[in-house]
Write a protein of this length. Structure first.
Length: 307
């Protein structure tokens, strides 16, 4: 695809879906191939700020929403269950694509966003051109109990299943998030201004509830929202993924240990590639945006993930 000048500068927009008023950053040619950029936790839509411009210049149209419970995205009703299930977030992504009139699109996701991308590839492969997943691997079925080294890195998830963990995220959530930034990547990787800008997204009134439910339901320590029961059944039934996939792993990721994503190739029947970025931690979009951009552009342009 020849590079083209974006028709529009990046802007923040809003659109209504069945459950949400979704806020998102968008840019690139209006008629460019659509790409949805999904952030993780604890992060926000600005994680793509140094990656998206390369996609725009190459002719892609991107939308980077704030997930439910983050930033200016809001629930339309106070009665909606504040579910943090990946199924709920995946349905939000489909609802957003429908509202944008995107019939088929690519998804690039980091952390929670990666889990959403895999989930969509399992339940709605006909809607996806391809997916790229950063910092999280995929395996079929429900999440297994992790190895002891990985369980140690997931201490924050176990902590959030306790009442004291809930008190911490509700009353000192910003400090809790900062600790993850400090410990998931090599020291000195971020600037204070970047964290402060991101932490503003955690002031969303539903951020703590979404965070707690997401990690508690992940390990069967909270009840799932029945709205997504059938969707989750379809996801758990998937044994392999056929959507072309690029997995980007930080070689010095101190949250998701690189060894945990090194053995997943057999779960993909479509083109699959795993790219490791040496010296990079859990936030490749922020730590190595140029390298991430190059990998994504090559992947999106070829339509395959061949090495």
């Amino acid at each position: 695809m020849p590079p083209t000048e974006p028709d529009t500068a990046p802007e923040i927009a809003h659109i209504a879906t069945p459950l949400l008023d979704v806020a998102y950053i968008t840019g690139g040619p209006a008629d460019g191939p659509p790409v949805m950029l999904l952030h993780g936790w604890p992060d926000d839509a600005h994680t793509w700020d140094r990656v998206a411009p390369a996609l725009w210049e190459a002719g892609y149209k991107t939308v980077a929403p704030w997930l439910r419970g983050f930033g200016p995205t809001r629930f339309l009703s106070s009665q909606t269950t504040r579910s943090g299930q990946i199924a709920a977030l995946a349905q939000d992504a489909l609802d957003l694509a429908n509202a944008l009139d995107w019939q088929r699109f690519s998804v690039i996701g980091h952390d929670w966003g990666a889990r959403i991308a895999y989930f969509l590839a399992a339940v709605a492969p006909d809607r996806l051109h391809r997916i790229a997943a950063l910092s999280v691997g995929w395996g079929p079925g429900s999440l297994p109990t992790p190895s002891l080294p990985q369980a140690q890195r997931y201490w924050y998830q176990w902590f959030l299943t306790t009442e004291r963990g809930a008190e911490t995220i509700c009353h000192d959530g910003k400090a809790f998030a900062r600790y993850q930034w400090d410990s998931w990547s090599p020291a000195g990787w971020y600037e204070e201004a970047a964290f402060e800008r991101t932490a503003a997204a955690f002031e969303n009134p539903d951020w703590a509830a979404i965070t707690l439910h997401s990690y508690r339901v992940r390990w069967d320590e909270a009840k799932p929202d029945p709205r997504y029961t059938e969707m989750e059944k379809r996801q758990r039934a998937a044994r392999t993924l056929a959507v072309p996939t690029l997995m980007i792993q930080g070689g010095d990721d101190r949250c998701t240990l690189p060894a945990t994503t090194a053995v997943n190739e057999g779960h993909f029947t479509g083109p699959y590639r795993r790219a490791v970025l040496p010296g990079v931690g859990h936030f490749p979009t922020r730590e190595a945006p140029e390298a991430v951009s190059r990998l994504l552009l090559d992947f999106l342009a070829t339509g395959t993930a061949e090495a």
